[in-house]
Design a protein. Structure first.
Length: 106
């Protein structure tokens, strides 16, 4: 049964703390399309749903693009759906251009 208890982060949350600024930036990215490049050469594109303290990222409606090689070009993306990307495998994260145009406070 849910007790109604809401866990509070022990980090001090002042009006202009670096913690709150970073949190606001992340909140502004919610439901935006992200492109994540990984250490093994794959690229995932999907809707940003959440992250955690270990920098793991959850993407919804994710598609996987393989690293193109000299022998063949990258074909159709593979549909993954919901995907968890381990933070230690992430090289870069980019906001897709159409999502960037709708950002107000980034």
């Amino acid at each position: 049964m849910f007790s109604g208890f809401f866990w509070q982060d022990p980090v001090e949350e002042t009006a202009d703390s670096p913690y709150l600024r970073a949190r606001r930036k992340l909140e502004n990215l919610l439901n935006k399309s992200l492109r994540i490049r990984m250490t093994d050469g794959r690229t995932l594109v999907g809707c940003f749903l959440c992250t955690d303290r270990d920098c793991n990222v959850i993407l919804g409606s994710a598609q996987e693009y393989l690293k193109p090689t000299d022998s063949f070009s990258a074909g159709e993306p593979r549909v993954l759906g919901l995907a968890m990307v381990p933070g230690h495998h992430i090289i870069s994260i980019e906001v897709e251009l159409e999502s960037l145009n709708s950002l107000q406070y980034f």
